[in-house]
Design a protein around this ligand. Sequence first.
Ligand code: AGP
Length: 608
Amino acid sequence: MCGIVGYIGDDQAAPILLDGLEKLEYRGYDSAGIAVFDGKQIEIKKAKGRLKVLEELTHDGANMPGVVGIGHTRWATHGEPSDINAHPQYNKDKTIAVVHNGIIENYQKIKDKLTAKGYKFISETDTESVAQLLDYYYEGNPLEAIIKVMQRIEGSYSLGILFADHPDKVYAARKDSPLVAGIADDGSYIASDVTAILKHTRDVYYIDNQEIACLTKEGITFFNMDGEPVQKESKHIDWDANAAEKGGYEHFMLKEMYEQPKTVRDTMSPRIRKGHVVIDDLKMSDDDIRNIGRLHIVACGSAYHTGVTAKYVYEEMARIPTDVDVASEFRYRDPILDKNDLVLIISQSGETADTLAALRLAKEKGIRTLAIVNVVGSSIAREADEVMYTWAGPEIAVATTKAYSAQLICHYLLAIRFARARGEITDEQEQAYVADLEKLPDQIDMLLNNKKKIQKFANRYIGAKDIFFIGRGIDYAISMEGSLKLKEISYIHSEAYPAGELKHGTISLIEDGTLVAAIATQKKLYPKTVSNIVEVKTRGAFVLAVTNEGDTDMEEHADYVIYIPQTNQYFTNSLAIIPLQLFAYYVAVGKGCDVDKPRNLAKSVTVE
Ligand code: AGP
């Protein structure tokens, strides 16, 4: 996600801003920029690429004199990485500059409204709509204009704002995207997270939702949405800089697991309008969707696992015949593709070599391609005919969690959109699915709060040699991801098996005390999975079951049961995976493994 810094004080702002942005580089970004008031006007310099490019452009800040400014590292969500799309974004006469982290969900509506009033937009970003809307509402009082804008925009945002005719102030505002403020000897600061300002002060204010901060070099005043001053307590940060990068979590993986409620919400909400799925990024018409003969999902690793889940959803909900392939197989097996087929490519990084090769093969054969990607402007995103972005922000840990969860959301949304276009579901059914989807973030949050219980259970298995995961249907797909999470970070051998397949060989491996994780969320398959649990139990296995709340009879069969909240059968993967992620994480931590950077693995496998 993006990084924000702001400063006002006695010292030159530009070098302070650049230094603060350096501390936020770990968050991942593709462009950077700063705005400084030079005594007469707001000077803005910004560039695509690494911070070094900006440092060279500004001679390390030397050619941008001034004691008040804002800075930004951008992780692109709307609009490719470019100089123009970099922040700060500004209004037409550069008297207002804005840096933003988050997603303005209704930016297109705001952009259309202001364009109709004669405003000219120069970037592809959602953030520019904030800068222009501030201009539209501004009549000399920054706080009033900011409040009006906050009443109008929807989505998640943390904002840093400069007004040229108020050069003795920096403004900040926040909804859902973290933002902190701090007072030091040399002035006042804002930042996306404490990492950027720890060297100046360890006493920070966490700006709360729908609060506005006004920074002067003497201090900070906070306001609510009624423009009334708000008293806030500062918090003392005793983390070191390294811990601060992880937001106080021990590992990026744990931090990213806890970001999943927000990631799921960020990926879903802009695509749900009044109970219906509206995917603006999808150029395909209803006719195109109705003409899809077959869906070929192609990916690697966890991205592939989302495809295994999605196959059941596309086929059962949208009645589209669906194949799922590991990209390294697809690209060499000369697949039979029909001109009316759709190849659906899934990739967090957008750079996985096998997946990119599979995309190119489909295009060579003249087959329409749609990619679900997290990194904006990545090779797969650029080369696919269509792209649907997951808005998970940068994922630092090698083992994917939040991007995986966001990919599942994109599948569900596409399946609902396809099913509607093909007349397979009614309006009421669509609204019911959407209602269930909208509950997922809170349900994930609740499951994450289970971590102590799972940590305790996981500690019993840090010495395990083999751990099996079984399930049927979507539960099998969940088992695959649960197994991969465990083995890739704890190095314990693990396999996922269709529960009905065990008796065809693998069950011979089950010994006294072997841990078998049985996923049983699919109601129509529940009795069958229970019988598989009994099978392995009679061979001495210790069974951890993951099932729906209310299925308490499971306690008669399994040794340890984790319940997930009730949701639609198609969406249980998004919930059941949470305890399995936590289990894998705590086993790996218990073993002292390098959780964020497991041996032999890379975050993006850009070679064959
Ligand atoms: C998952 O935890 C692994 N990091 C790996 O399986 C990953 O999902 C796979 O390499 C695909 O990466 P991509 O989504 O960036 O294409």
